[in-house]
Design a protein around this ligand. Sequence first.
Ligand SMILES: Nc1nc2c(ncn2[C@@H]2O[C@H](COP(=O)(O)OP(=O)(O)OP(=O)(O)O)[C@@H](O)[C@H]2O)c(=O)[nH]1
Ligand SMILES: [Mg+2]
Length: 236
Amino acid sequence: MASPVTLLLIGPTGSGKSSFVKRVAKLKNGDIQIAHGNKACTNRCQEYTAMHGGVKFSIIDTPGLHDEPNSNLHVLKEIASLLTAKTGRNGQPLVTGAVYFHPITQKRFTGPSKLNLDVFKAICGPEFFRRVVFVTTMWETIKPGKLAIFEKLSEELRNDTLDLTGEGGPVYDLKEMDQDKIDFAVLQHFMAVPRKNHRSLLFEREILKPGKSNFKKTTAGVVIKKQANSGSCVIL
Ligand SMILES: Nc1nc2c(ncn2[C@@H]2O[C@H](COP(=O)(O)OP(=O)(O)OP(=O)(O)O)[C@@H](O)[C@H]2O)c(=O)[nH]1
Ligand SMILES: [Mg+2]
């Protein structure tokens, strides 16, 4: 059987990662925890299966990133455990692509949003940026009169702030209002992405290399530590 498309979902707490999983994997209430308000919800990495166009998708939901090093290290540890448990697929990369969720209501990538994005970039590594899809959520909370402002903001995020272009691969900023359209576009995009013999997610390479790397010593782990040491955020 063909290998599934494996997607890693990452983003700040409350950005809509689990809601995306619930929709595409057609889960019922109670099958997956969805956050109420701003409280962090998902605490463990978990893999869900979705079918789209006859292709099996394996979707990894992760705990949300915060501007707080200990919880971001927890996210890394969780991803590391899940990837380690998945090894053994003929040396082929495990993760096909990554989806970053950003609530458009957080506006620009300053402060905590920037720290989270930097952690995400360090998880991916530049050679993987072409396999990243960027989803902005919470569009329907924007008042119609303000929509044009947020659309401009979204364009700025895509063009100037993200800098996810790495080796020249595309960045998809899916800012459709209709969630079904977003879901379809994301899955459709990854159906066309090669699943074999590509450069792996940097964090996957680092964590699965012979001799086993400690997740704290990976590029993403070092970025989190630097953020703490620079006083951008505090280790509790
Ligand atoms: N208005 C609006 N609400 C959304 C959207 N996506 C998710 N939500 C709501 O936002 C809250 C958080 O959604 P989750 O899917 O649990 O977010 P998460 O990213 O999984 O959060 P963590 O598990 O804490 O990392 C829930 O109340 C959702 O119903 C969206 O696009 N628009
Ligand atoms: Mg969640």
